[in-house]
Design a protein around this ligand. Structure first.
Ligand SMILES: NC(=O)c1ccc[n+]([C@@H]2O[C@H](COP(=O)([O-])OP(=O)(O)OC[C@H]3O[C@@H](n4cnc5c(N)ncnc54)[C@H](O)[C@@H]3O)[C@@H](O)[C@H]2O)c1
Length: 381
């Protein structure tokens, strides 16, 4: 039994109190809908929303000028929800490539730094944020080049998210944060085959260690503050907008094929290819879920060798055969994971076949090329 000041008591109290920071005249609707909100349901907006029909779930997406966040914003907007994009970067290049002008108007932009508690505080309180999807981070090469900055953004930034949510616990219903398969060590640590749920974390990059620290801190926030969260550990996410990080090679190879440019993937061996539309769906599903605890899920896509990926690419886009190749070392991270915890809590995960994901990605790149908007500078890195 929990005492008066324990988690159950805190839960009971907060369910009676409407969020304090929604400074508008929709209080009656808010109260009517608040139980649905507590259960984590996204309440869709109507086709032509009036002020009182606005959706009640308010999603803050940190780092959503980046790749995965842009797709999450797109998915939310397509469902009639609103999205608040919180990023240091104010250049909505990826969002403009993915959304129509009308959809873009539904995105609210906040310039903010996850390392700055005051920025986050303002964003969450002023906009009545109910769900935080935390993606802002520096990727593997940037953490390797500047581990102190990497820790500031990836670890302290994530602590700031949890601290701000703690201070606004009557408002924020759910935190979902991006972890990574990089919390695991190389394949040989696990003896080959599918790595089971609960396998030891043995990261051998600073980035992986930072993600592991975030998972540990999330666990502590649940134990000490009763703050539930879900950490998602994607693998090699691919799709339009992926242009940074150690595993961006396959997406760049698709782009090079469309543009008729030479490109070398600097990676060989096994990867777990996850189409970004599926990744976005899993983030949103985790946000809608009301499973309690500090949950950590390892999504699974299509496990494949880079050499097989290239063969598939050449079959779909034969012009790539002359220009695109792969060389280098395998990833220092296992790539074949059991996703049963995710399936148990969230249901069967979307898993777009790789061939379809490559086709869809190539179609977006082709459309951007025709419109003169295909950015090619990332193929040089
Ligand atoms: N892309 C993948 O394959 C993959 C795989 C595993 C995990 N992840 C994780 O998923 C998340 C999103 O990845 P992505 O590929 O979209 O990354 P991305 O590099 O495309 O986007 C990251 C975004 O974070 C923003 N950002 C950086 N520092 C910030 C700060 N201090 N304050 C606010 N915003 C800041 C950047 O401006 C950028 O828009 C990251 O946490 C990443 O570690 C990605």
């Amino acid at each position: 039994m929990q005492g008066e000041s324990g988690p159950a008591a805190r839960r009971g109290r907060s369910s009676d109190i409407p969020p304090p920071n929604w400074r508008d005249d929709r209080q009656r609707l808010l109260r009517l809908s608040f139980n649905s909100l507590r259960r984590g349901h996204i309440i869709p907006s109507m086709a032509s929303p009036t002020v009182s029909e606005k959706p009640l779930s308010r999603f803050l997406l940190t780092g959503a000028q980046g790749f995965i966040g842009s797709w999450i914003a797109k998915t939310l907007i397509e469902r009639g929800a609103d999205a608040w994009v919180y990023d240091l970067d104010q250049e909505a290049r990826r969002l403009r490539a993915l959304l129509t002008g009308e959809q873009l108007e539904r995105v609210h932009f906040i310039r903010g730094d996850v390392t700055c508690a005051e920025d986050l505080e303002r964003a969450i309180a002023n906009h009545g944020i109910t769900h935080i999807l935390h993606l802002a981070a520096l990727q593997v090469p940037y953490c390797a080049a500047d581990p102190v900055l990497g820790a500031r953004v990836n670890v302290l930034g994530t602590l700031n998210i949890f601290e701000t949510a703690r201070r606004h616990r009557d408002l924020v219903r759910r935190i979902v944060y991006a972890s990574s398969q990089a919390v695991f060590g190389p394949e040989e640590f696990y003896g080959g085959g599918t790595v089971p749920e609960g396998a030891p974390l043995l990261p051998n990059t600073h980035y992986g260690v930072f993600k592991q620290a975030n998972e540990g801190n999330a666990r502590v926030y649940f134990l000490t503050e009763d703050i539930s969260s879900a950490g998602l550990r994607p693998g090699t996410v691919y799709g339009a907008g992926r242009d940074r990080g150690i595993t961006s090679g396959p997406t760049k190879a698709i782009k090079a094929a469309v543009a008729g440019r030479p490109y070398t993937i600097k990676l060989i061996g096994g990867v777990d290819m996850q189409y970004v539309r599926d990744t976005a769906e899993i983030f949103i599903r985790s946000a809608e879920s009301n499973v309690e605890g500090a949950k950590v899920y390892t999504p699974r896509g299509e496990v494949i060798q880079i050499e097989e990926f290239l063969e598939m690419l050449f079959r779909l886009l034969p012009q790539a055969r002359q220009n695109v190749r792969a060389e280098g070392q395998p990833l220092p991270i296992a790539y074949d994971f059991d996703d049963s915890a995710l399936v148990h809590d969230l249901g069967p995960a979307p898993r777009t076949p790789l061939e379809q994901g490559i086709r869809e990605t190539a179609e977006i790149f082709e459309r951007l090329r025709r419109e003169g908007r295909l950015e090619l500078s990332d193929l040089e890195t």
